[in-house]
Write a protein that binds this ligand. Structure first.
Ligand code: AMP
Ligand code: ZN
Length: 669
């Protein structure tokens, strides 16, 4: 094979692997930009040397085109969620709180349907649509303006007399009949049908090609204006006027004089909603008067002047096929019901959590039972009852397993606990892998370059038995493994090296001591400052620490009494892992803990180092180079052109010193 052919093959292998990490594992190893560059390089070579053509080259696959990220934009006004209510009593409580806070009782309510779609925030300046941003985490969302412009129910230019500057929020939905039509077409083309209107709407907004978005039957209902203009007095006036400016306002809203009228409205739609051509998941009730809204303000999560009323969730019945048991990293065993696939609230459901033995007994569950399932607040549905008429007289009661499905050891259940445990902590394969996976996870040691699949691979090849072994890996060990390209190996070593900077409280969390979550780890680290001091403490000493109870103390003592754990800690310490608090890098809060920043350029008021400290004091991370994981480029004057280009190519937001302060402030609210 000549060198050109070799290079082409090498690029193909790498790209196949990156595709896998990106699409299957959702853990990209390189930035989108680097990926695109490599793909382009390969494409160029293939065009130049057609003799080395390969129909399976990554350039020939649709999947070879990486989805570009959208620019993220910080919301000028945070997008809060809504407090929920489920009964008349909940609403009465809310009403009481309003009475108390407002010191008046003669306010009105504006009731609207709670459209079940994707929320969107539109900005209009002088009557022209400026941008459209998804809710994201409420603080910042994705700029999907180009896609939104394809939706006919969203006006690009307004009519009438509107405020100069305002934002308006609404919900993007797909009508039921459009959805059914769409799926019929897909099935006739041999494609998988979509799951439900909401997810399809949400997925559509994230499509790269807006001409594809234009083909989707998206619609938008608007319901909330946000502006500093104060020409309007009530939500009702807003809705009436917004209709005149050209917005699609559903005519289902109603102004109610008191709570009784609100409840009538709720009851009316409880039945009527089934006749609607779109899904709603409740009613939104708002205090109509905008001054009152202002007075009431909001909590850190939701406005106090509004509440959602959620209708009771849908129930369906299906057949229990089997029960499987999952072992967690602490040895806890959770039973899971495998069900005959059934449509519930628009999605197909195949599994339900059974929590523990008591839950199974309480349900009095038998094999092959016909069960009723319901979606609660969580994503995983639960079994709420059994159709006894359909029970097969010969079927047997479900008995909780006695042995660990991973290692075979007898399971133990303490009287005071509801969970069964496998106590074979040191040798149970699932627990070992679970602990290492916990160790590398984002909130723990955050080791870039190693994913859960890599841990599986390393473990099953006998290369690691605990997290300290990671730091002894040699390049030669990894080269021989399947799916390991040079670049990925480099990333593993870089990630491991970086993890040595992770602060003590996170290291403590990463050790995976049962009941020691992030908050407890933080408490312990701050209280004792070093692991040696923590280890030297007795059960009673630990109890003296604020918020540390018997369960946690006992678990900590057990952990340090285990010689495997002590050896592990000693080895990790030798590799340079932080086992004591470093006063300088101790964050004062963690409002930025989800964000990674890159700082570049010269700033007006602060030095780069000062900015870095500010970010770190607020729990954020600063890295030196832009990757697909970077959330913001904090840019001053004279940023390097290559940095700007790279940021642009991956759709990264460039923010100023001021934006940073705003971001921190809005998070601290
Ligand atoms: P939740 O996601 O349950 O916290 O509910 C808040 C979401 O309800 C908002 O982000 C909106 O997307 C959605 N929503 C739907 N209809 C309305 C409405 N009429 N008024 C306010 N929010 C609504
Ligand atoms: Zn086990």
């Amino acid at each position: 094979m000549n060198l050109i052919q070799k290079n082409i093959e090498k690029l193909r292998d790498e790209l196949h692997q990156h595709n896998y990490y990106y699409y299957v594992l959702d853990k990209p190893l390189i930035s989108d930009f680097d990926f695109d560059m490599k793909l382009k390089q390969l494409n160029d070579l293939e065009n130049k040397f057609p003799e080395f053509n390969d129909d399976n080259s990554p350039t020939k696959r649709v999947g070879g085109v990486v989805v570009k990220r959208f620019n993220s934009i910080i919301h000028k006004y945070p997008m809060y969620s809504l407090d929920n209510s489920y009964s008349k009593e909940d609403l009465e409580d809310w009403n009481q709180r309003l009475n108390k806070n407002l010191e008046v009782t003669d306010f009105k309510f504006l009731c609207e349907l709670k459209f079940d779609g994707v929320s969107i925030n539109l900005t209009y300046d002088n009557g022209v649509l400026i941008n459209a941003v998804t809710r994201g985490d409420g603080i910042q969302g994705d700029d999907v303006t180009e896609n939104i412009k394809t939706i006919k129910t969203i006006p690009l230019k307004l009519k009438g007399s509107y405020p100069d500057k305002f934002q308006i929020r609404g919900e993007i939905i797909i009508d039921k009949n459009d959805f059914i039509k769409m799926n019929k077409n897909r099935i006739s083309e041999g494609l998988e049908p979509y799951m439900n209107p909401r997810n399809t709407a949400s997925g559509s907004l994230k499509l790269q090609d807006s001409s594809e978005v234009a083909k989707r039957p998206l619609k938008c209902f608007l319901y909330q204006i946000v502006t500093e203009d104060n020409n309007f007095k009530t939500q009702n006036e807003y809705l009436i006027n917004a209709l005149d400016w050209g917005f699609n306002i559903s005519n289902t809203y109603k102004l109610c004089n008191n709570l009784n009228e609100v409840i009538k409205f709720i009851n009316f739609w409880e039945k009527e909603r089934l006749e609607l051509n779109f899904d709603i998941d409740g009613i939104v009730i708002k205090v109509d008067n905008l001054n009152f809204q202002k007075q009431l303000g909001h909590t850190s999560k939701y406005p106090r002047w509004s509440i959602a009323y959620k209708y009771k969730t849908e129930q369906v019945s299906t057949k229990l096929l089997s029960v499987s048991y999952q072992v967690g990293r602490t040895g806890a065993v959770t039973p899971v019901a495998n069900l005959e696939s059934v449509l519930l609230g628009g999605t197909y459901v195949k599994r339900a959590s059974l929590h523990n033995q008591d839950q199974i007994n309480k349900l009095d569950l038998y094999f092959d039972d016909q069960v009723f399932i319901e979606k609660g607040g969580e994503i995983i549905p639960k079994i709420v009852g059994i159709d006894l008429n359909k029970r097969n007289p010969s079927s047997k009661k479900i008995k909780f397993i006695e042995n660990c499905p991973s290692c075979g050891q007898n399971l133990i259940r303490n009287e005071s606990e509801s969970q069964h445990y496998c106590l074979n902590v040191n040798y149970c394969p699932t627990q070992i892998k679970g602990r290492i996976q916990h160790f590398i996870s984002r909130k723990a040691m955050d080791i870039n370059g190693i994913g859960n699949e890599t841990i599986d691979l390393l473990y099953s090849n006998g290369l690691i038995l605990n997290c300290a072994d990671l730091y002894e890996l040699q390049r030669e060990d990894l080269i021989s493994l399947e799916r390991m390209a040079d670049k990925s190996i480099d990333n593993i070593f870089i990630g491991l090296e970086e993890s040595k900077k992770i602060n003590f409280e996170r290291v403590l969390f990463a050790l995976g001591i049962r009941y020691v979550g992030q908050t407890v780890a933080k408490k312990l680290a701050r209280e004792f400052k070093t692991i040696d001091l923590l280890i030297s403490k007795t059960y009673d000493d630990l109890l003296l620490v604020d918020e540390i109870g018997e369960r946690i103390s006992e678990s900590i003592i057990d952990f340090f009494n285990n010689e495997f754990n002590m050896e592990l800690i000693n080895r990790l310490r030798e590799f340079g892992i932080q086992f004591q608090i470093n006063v300088i890098d101790e964050p004062t809060n963690d409002v930025l803990s989800d964000y990674i920043f890159v700082i570049s350029g010269v700033f007006e008021t602060k030095s780069r180092d000062e900015l870095k400290k500010i970010i770190e004091k607020n729990g954020g991370k600063v890295s030196t180079s832009i990757t697909s994981k970077t959330n913001f480029l904090l840019g001053g004057n004279n940023i390097g052109p290559s940095k700007i280009e790279k940021a642009k190519s991956i759709g990264l937001s460039i923010i100023s010193e001021n934006d940073l302060s705003n971001l921190i402030e809005s998070k601290l609210l």
